[in-house]
Design a protein around this ligand. Structure first.
Ligand code: BES
Ligand code: MN
Ligand code: ZN
Length: 497
């Protein structure tokens, strides 16, 4: 789908379909009222007859509206005007796109981008219209042998804004497109089956991004990691026939001298649990255990596309977690890159084992901040469900910055504590500490484990176990938290100007 922005009154434009909003109860938005005047009160009559109350999610398609050049007019219910906020706006856009896809219109002019949405500016409204529209259009068909039903006709969407905010709208368009493309890459990688999306496949993806956006890429092999002493990462990779990789991707948009933001993504391309084997039900979903890595690659794509003037390093430890004769046993003690020893009491707590070596490795980049992204704990899903990503941080300012970016991106996080008091649960009789801390506060103790490796820089941890993918009928990766991370980096680049 192609997007463009435009200013001007709706009735003057020729269009396949004009999309305007109606608040509840039966109150025309200002664009709808403008159309109504040109149509001599036609829309007023329609809503008076009770065909559209303005309830959220409802739509009404009209043909041959008198006095209007456009072939169709789509009315979209917005709900009550006083309650019209981020969520309602995004849902209205989604309802409009779904209704448009059911028509034969090839092009549509969306006037919803002119609505007041709290204090959101035109850039926000345009960016979110783009990401929502792209989300509605996303299909993962790469592994199907035959193409399914015909594509919808809609392929051009014009986003209408006031003339005075055209410049902000253009910025929003660029941001929305880059975010959508980054999300789409993250979703594709997440949705690919684990026999295709292997550590080597992720490394190839990083190499492709590096080539396309002139970034520096390095891929460490098993032997390199052995030489460095990445004992905890390698302990997870022991029983896999797929070679593990450690990928770094550098975008130096802020120049050589600027300290980078480092994004570390968990890249377990399949998590069986290892010797602490997971139960069979829904184990297929553990192909999504590389969604942290996918979010890093997706964000790097967005950053590259926007040529953001910030320095960003993506770091991805990636391997499978398999059982087998060579596999790590519960009780094994391994030495991490940091020198600290870990008693592995459960081989299914593998994410923290690959992340901790990555978190030590990235010290060499002298990071301005490090954010790791990981489908780390089932406990986080119990705590926050599928709405908020779990946030942990060793720096309050960074935590607020991340949370703010999440709010702006509608990709929200909720902070959980990282207090010393929880560290006790990781005590080991035989090594420096254990890799699990028992059932209570499982998301917190996992973060506490990581905190032992992040003392040298400002660090935030995002547990995306509940937000990276959907289960059930609509099973699939969500592309989160690419919107948050992209927004975070955009904010950082704006601060520098
Ligand atoms: N990848 C899983 C976490 C996970 C589980 C995410 C289910 C989403 C849904 C992680 O590697 C894991 O297995 N964690 C264990 C840790 C436990 C053994 C301390 C868990 O959460 O059960
Ligand atoms: Mn696991
Ligand atoms: Zn895992």
């Amino acid at each position: 789908m192609e997007f463009s922005i435009k200013s001007g009154a709706p009735q003057t434009g020729r269009s396949g379909c004009l999309v305007v909003g109606v608040y509840e109860p039966r109150k025309l938005s200002s664009a709808a009222a403008g159309l109504d005047r040109a149509a001599k009160g036609f829309l007023t009559q329609v809503v008076r007859r009770g065909d559209l109350q303005g309830k959220p999610g409802t739509t009404l398609l009209l043909h041959g509206v008198p006095g209007i050049a456009a072939e169709r007019v789509l009315l979209v219910g917005l709900g009550r005007e006083a309650e019209f906020r981020d969520k309602q706006y995004r849902e209205a856009v989604a309802a409009a796109i779904r209704a448009l896809n059911a028509t034969g219109a090839e092009e549509a002019s969306l006037h919803l981008t002119e609505l007041a949405v709290g204090r959101r500016d035109a850039a926000w409204k345009v960016a979110h219209a783009v990401t929502v529209a792209r989300e509605c259009a996303y299909r993962f068909t790469r592994m199907k042998s035959k193409s399914e039903n015909a594509e919808p006709a809609l392929h051009r969407l014009t986003l209408c804004v006031d003339r005075a905010v055209m410049k902000r709208a253009a910025a929003g368009l660029e941001q929305g497109l880059a975010t959508a493309h980054g999300m789409s890459l993250a979703k594709d990688l997440g949705n690919l089956p684990p026999n295709v999306c292997t550590p080597s496949y992720l490394a190839d993806q990083a190499r492709e991004l590096a080539k396309r956006y002139r970034m520096k890429v390095t891929v460490l092999e098993r032997e390199d990691m052995e030489r460095l002493g990445m004992g905890t990462l390698l302990s997870v990779a022991r029983a896999s026939s797929q070679p593990p990789k450690f990928i770094t991707l550098e975008h130096r948009g802020g120049g050589r001298s600027m300290k980078p933001v480092v994004l570390v993504g968990k890249g377990i391309t399949f998590d069986t649990g290892g010797i602490s084997l997971k139960p069979a039900a829904e184990m297929d979903e553990m192909k999504f255990d590389m969604c942290g890595a996918a979010a890093v690659l997706g964000t790097m794509k967005a950053v590259g596309e926007m040529r953001l003037p910030v320095s960003v390093v993506g770091a991805i430890p990636t391997t499978e977690n398999m059982p087998g004769g060579r596999a790590t046993r519960p009780g094994d003690i391994v030495k991490s890159l940091s020198g600290q020893t870990v008693e592995i009491l459960n081989t299914d707590a593998e994410g923290r084992l690959i992340l901790c070596d990555a978190l030590t490795y990235v010290e060499r980049f002298q990071p301005a901040a490090v954010i790791d992204i990981a489908t780390l704990t089932g406990a986080c899903v119990i705590a926050l469900g599928h709405v908020a990503t779990g946030l942990f941080a060793n720096d309050g300012v960074l935590a607020r910055e991340v949370a703010g970016a999440g709010d702006a991106a509608y990709d929200r996080v909720w902070q959980l504590p990282l207090w010393e008091d929880y560290q006790e649960q990781l005590k080991s009789n035989f090594a420096d500490f254990a890799n699990i801390g028992g059932r209570p506060a499982g998301a917190v103790t996992a973060a506490c484990f990581l905190a032992r490796f992040t003392k040298k820089y400002k660090w935030a941890h995002l547990d995306i176990a509940g937000t990276a993918w959907k289960s059930g009928k609509e099973k699939g990766a969500t592309g989160r938290p690419v919107p948050l991370l992209t927004q975070f980096l955009i904010n950082r680049s704006a601060q520098r100007k």
